[in-house]
Design a protein around this ligand. Structure first.
Ligand code: TTP
Length: 711
């Protein structure tokens, strides 16, 4: 939904920079012999030569467009060069393009606040840079104006395309008797042309840009003159730009809202909106949307450029159209494994390069049932706390799929294993990692923890620990940059939630050792270890502390654990506040532990053995109040606790750790539903002061949850 934001009275200088036929340029840089030749990038696929996803400007001159398939492009332009998107794990691998985008971002971000809006576009707030230029070297003082700046398109400038266009542009840029805002805009144009030249020099890529007083106008302008050009929108030209702009071309009006404006109000251009009062628009579309529509008709848009160079979520997905739809659990598992491998790689490199970790794993799918009246029912998205490591992620993703499928089919007895076809088909599936945050600085606990841990830490791991210590405290931004290969909806990250605690609750401490053996990727292994350590260090500030520390003796050598002096006090306050807030808002009736208890005796519990760690982590997170409120958690299967044996005390203890945080959140009515022999024990937990620290070997509850053969 669009959000109406008032514009500040002070003039801002905003640029939108968009790469030209980006994937084609990346391929042409890789194969310079393709430069200047008609070229397109095609998504691998045997059907009609695959789908075109990027078309070079030379090919566009021959009439090739992105809606064509490879064969049609060949017919239209026989000499076209079709380059296939790199493939990895049976699906498109966009890492080359992503990295190329990052190269550009690193250059563009040199002059002001930079927001990476997609794989190949950024917004820049150049207000400060423009003000500085105006104060130090105003355009009118320049002896020579850069050639690239002289090629700018200044909207509304007379004789813009005439023979003396450059002279006109020079005159506009260097005008001394104009208003302050226009002068700043001229400075912005000079800065952007310089940046674009720098991008070309350092990356060999061309880009186009729009320079205006707000994001909306800058974005509209950048598309007006492509490739390798820039367009400037003076205040006086805003009306002219918008009055003939088709309403559907406006960001956020391409869908239902735009259609409604067309069909119900006869609004075909943005300018047509000027015929409606703000009251009328509010009456029709609500206060917020009404005001937003009224604003955009006048070119008003107060949206800030967010300082964000990194994506807010990572996603990996694949579609299986038509006959390629997945019909068996085995095939779904196979593809989920591929997607998880890719996602895990990207998360690990994000961790390594940017010192960030993700907290939530979400699965989305599109499905249909072959014989059902509600065949249009949506496959529910499912989330759980994210655990690093491809194997764990694969297990969790498949559990999420099974949970989603059960709900989708609305059936209690669903076979989700093997090759049996159950009448469902999956036409697209994706997983995403969200709630990404920097690893907190302000504590050197992790460093301390690893000090002397050489047997666990390779040299590269040591580097990583260093950056863990150096990482910034707060998240780098609060808005998503949607990756193009991801089909997930973007999940908002609230800066308010900048705590690592919930995320680390998802890491199974028991697996620390095995991770270092099992996981190939050192970053992930180290993260599991590091975050375990972090849990132990930070928990005391939030709960009693002793319980969280007790696990130290298990998988790691003993060490002194204390709340690090350098742990930022404000962070602790912040964590406590969040804890209280979550406590207050939590819907007890929906806590995952409640689900667990409920599912204990329901016939809907799945017959398949689901991995207990997911459940454990999901439960831990939920009981910690982490994501539970907003996530569609996996229903907890009874089997998750059935695998325990009485000798596995540490494991029990560990599970109890997770419960300990929020045992008081258990709805008392749930306890009443339990068999009397375990009610007392649960009640003892619920009374914090009397809560035992350890599950006793002979604990009734341990027996209760054991498989019957072991009872
Ligand atoms: P765009 O910026 O939409 O287009 P473009 O850069 O190819 O061309 P233009 O000069 O007109 O801006 O997309 C950026 C890249 O994203 C594009 O090169 C390929 C990729 N992409 C897809 O993979 N699928 C899509 O549907 C679209 C639109 C783009």
């Amino acid at each position: 939904m669009p959000v109406a934001r008032p514009e500040s009275a002070d003039a801002r200088i905003i640029a939108h920079v968009d790469m030209d036929c980006f994937y084609v340029q990346v391929e042409q840089r890789r194969q310079p012999e393709l430069r200047g030749l008609p070229t397109a990038v095609v998504q691998y696929n045997e059907w009609k030569g695959g789908a075109l996803i990027a078309v070079g400007y030379e090919a566009r001159n021959f009439g090739v467009n992105r809606h064509m398939r490879g064969h049609e492009a060949k017919e239209t332009c026989p000499q076209i060069n079709l380059v296939q998107v790199p493939v990895a794990r049976g699906k498109a691998d966009l890492s080359t393009y992503r990295n190329a985008g990052s190269e550009v971002v690193s250059i563009l971000s040199r002059k002001g606040r930079c927001e990476r809006a997609s794989i190949d576009e950024v917004y820049l707030d150049l207000t400060d840079a423009a003000k500085a230029m105006l104060a130090e070297t105003p355009p009118e003082s320049l002896e020579a104006v850069d050639e690239e700046a002289l090629k700018s398109h200044i909207l509304g400038l007379k004789n813009e395309n005439g023979s003396d266009s450059k002279a006109n542009v020079r005159e506009w840029l260097c005008k001394s008797d104009t208003d302050h805002r226009e002068k700043l805009l001229a400075c912005g144009a000079l800065i952007v042309s310089e940046l674009r030249m720098q991008v070309l020099k350092e990356t060999e890529f061309t880009c186009s840009a729009g320079v205006a007083h707000n994001k909306m106008l800058a974005k509209l302008a950048s598309a007006l003159n492509k490739p390798a050009q820039q367009t400037v929108v003076p205040f006086s030209s805003v009306k002219g730009l918008l009055e003939s702009l088709p309403v559907k071309k406006m960001k956020q009006l391409g869908g239902k809202l735009g259609t409604s404006l067309q069909n119900e109000l006869g609004v075909n251009t943005v300018g047509d909106l000027l015929n409606f009062s703000e009251d009328k628009l509010q009456e029709l579309y609500g206060v917020n949307t009404g005001t937003w529509l009224w604003n955009i008709a006048r070119g008003i848009n107060g949206e800030e450029v967010q300082a964000r160079l990194l994506p807010k979520s990572h996603g990996s997905g694949k579609s299986f159209p038509g006959p390629r739809a997945l019909k068996t659990a085995d095939s779904v598992k196979h593809w989920l494994n591929q997607l998880c491998e890719e996602l895990n790689e990207r998360l690990c490199s994000d961790l390594e390069q940017n010192k960030r970790i993700a907290r939530t794993l979400t699965l989305h799918a599109s499905a249909f049932k072959s014989s059902s009246s509600d065949s249009f029912k949506k496959f529910p998205s499912k989330s759980c706390p994210l655990r690093y490591g491809a194997v764990k992620m694969q297990e969790d993703a498949f559990n999420l799929f099974q949970a989603g499928l059960r709900e989708y089919l609305g059936s209690c007895i669903v076979r989700t294993e093997g090759t049996h076809y159950n009448g469902w088909r999956i036409t697209a599936i994706s997983i995403s990692a969200s709630k990404i945050m920097p690893i907190l600085s302000g504590t050197c606990s992790i460093m301390k923890y690893f000090h002397g841990q050489d047997k666990y830490v390779s040299s590269s791991k040591k580097d990583e620990i260093n950056f863990i210590q150096d990482a910034p405290l707060s998240p780098s931004g609060s808005e998503n940059y949607s990756e193009l290969n991801s089909i997930e909806p973007q999940i908002e990250f609230s800066a308010e939630e900048a705590t690592i605690r919930d995320s680390v609750s998802g890491f199974n401490q028991q697996e620390v050792k095995t991770n270092t053996r099992k996981e190939q990727n050192s970053s992930c292994a180290i993260l599991n270890e590091a975050t375990d350590s972090f849990t132990r260090e930070t928990s005391p500030s939030l709960s009693s502390g002793t319980a969280s520390c007790s696990v130290l003796n298990r998988s790691m050598p003993p060490r002194e654990v204390h709340l690090d002096d350098s742990l930022d006090k404000s962070m602790i306050v912040n964590l406590k506040q969040q804890e209280q807030k979550r406590n207050a808002s939590k819907d007890k009736g929906k806590s995952s532990i409640l689900n667990f208890f409920k599912s204990r005796n329901t016939p809907c519990s799945p017959c398949t053995q689901e991995h207990d760690e997911t459940i454990q982590n999901a439960k831990a997170s939920s009981s910690l109040g982490g994501c539970g409120a907003e996530l569609n958690q996996v229903e907890l299967p009874k089997e998750s606790f059935f695998e325990e044996s009485t000798t596995n005390i540490e494991q029990n203890q560990q599970r109890r750790e997770a419960w300990n945080y929020r045992i008081e959140d258990i709805d008392p009515s749930v306890i009443d539903e339990l068999p009397p022999e375990i009610q007392n024990e649960i009640r003892a937990w619920v009374r914090p002061n009397k809560r035992p620290n350890l599950v006793k070997p002979g604990s009734i509850i341990t027996h209760y949850f054991l498989p019957s053969k072991n009872r």
